[in-house]
Design a protein around this ligand. Structure first.
Ligand SMILES: [Fe+2]
Length: 307
């Protein structure tokens, strides 16, 4: 028996089946009759395909959950999102797309020439949208942190289509934690290449529902670009702050080694996680005895007006 690398956290790494139709949930206590609506959540739901495991918690294939609340009753439904990563893994019974902590290997059944071709073609970016779901206009999109987001039908949980944000915006990826204004406008941030291919961060905006019913994503725009403090190492961006008048961006010490990232795609067995490193010269240092206040070593906290 091979021990799963997750060790004692096995429950988190359990694979489950999707449901054909919603089931009735057991309610403990009382849910007010006036509380109605749907709660959508995402997470990893499949940790093996064929004989291959997905190693990291962020690598399990996207499973969408829905709790429908009506008249004090709750029904529960779940479906896998039919991303390219999922569909191709299920079809080929192996990990086809490299995930955060799991590398995909070329199909061993293919001959030496097609393997050679794969070597130069590089590894595709994952669309495994297991992290979050957010509204864009009247639509709902499941997301991870790459350039792909996946439109889902919130009623049936069926997968509608995949959208490549690179078709609309100059970004390499955006975070899974956008901010949504009360009118439905979506704000997000992501790594990008700025002037002369220098690294930067773009804050982007997707407008709310369009009067002519057109797709708001088609009207996406970059609001502002912030330069990276290091030439070849952008910081990993998990999320950002937004107030009524400001964006707050902290360039963290968690760095993506871009040279490693680019070369890694030509080395089999490398995943996203391998390209992360910590820059211990920036960031906040703990207060020493006798020191009055914490001095941020980095002065890269940028505040920019949204208006
Ligand atoms: Fe997160």
């Amino acid at each position: 028996i091979i021990e799963h690398p997750a060790g004692g956290y096995k429950k988190l790494f359990e694979t489950c089946e999707e449901l054909n139709e919603p089931i009735s949930a057991v309610v403990v206590g009382v849910i007010p009759a006036w509380l109605s609506g749907s709660l959508l959540r995402l997470g990893p739901g499949m940790f093996e395909v064929g004989a291959e495991p997905f190693y990291h918690l962020f690598d399990g294939q996207a499973l969408m959950h829905k709790f429908d609340l009506k008249n004090g009753h709750v029904t529960y439904h779940r479906k896998f999102i039919k991303t390219d990563a999922y569909v191709r893994a299920m079809t080929e019974k192996r990990v086809v797309i490299t995930e955060f902590g799991t590398a995909a290997y070329p199909d061993p059944c293919k001959n030496i020439f097609s393997r050679f071709f794969t070597y130069f073609k590089g590894i595709e970016v994952t669309d495994n949208c297991l992290v979050n779901v957010y509204p864009v206009g009247e639509d709902f999109y499941a997301c991870t942190e790459t350039n792909y987001i996946t439109k889902v039908d919130p009623d049936t949980l069926e997968t509608v289509k995949r959208v490549d944000l690179c078709d609309y915006l100059s970004i390499n990826g955006v975070t899974a934690h956008p901010h949504i204004e009360s009118d439905g406008t979506v704000y997000n941030i992501g790594n990008c290449f700025g002037k002369n291919m220098s690294l930067a961060y773009n804050i982007v905006k997707i407008p709310s529902t369009q009067k002519d019913k057109s797709d708001p994503i088609a009207k996406s725009e970059v609001l502002v670009q912030l330069p990276s403090s290091e030439r070849f190492k952008p910081s990993y961006v998990h999320s950002f702050g937004m107030t009524e008048n400001y964006f707050v961006f902290v360039e963290t010490p968690v760095k993506i080694n871009l040279l490693k990232f680019l070369t890694a795609w030509s080395i089999w067995g490398t995943n996203y996680m391998d390209c992360f490193q910590s820059n211990e010269t920036i960031g906040f240092r703990p207060k020493q005895p006798g020191e009055g206040r914490n001095e941020p070593v980095s002065d890269l906290i940028s505040q920019l007006s949204t208006r």
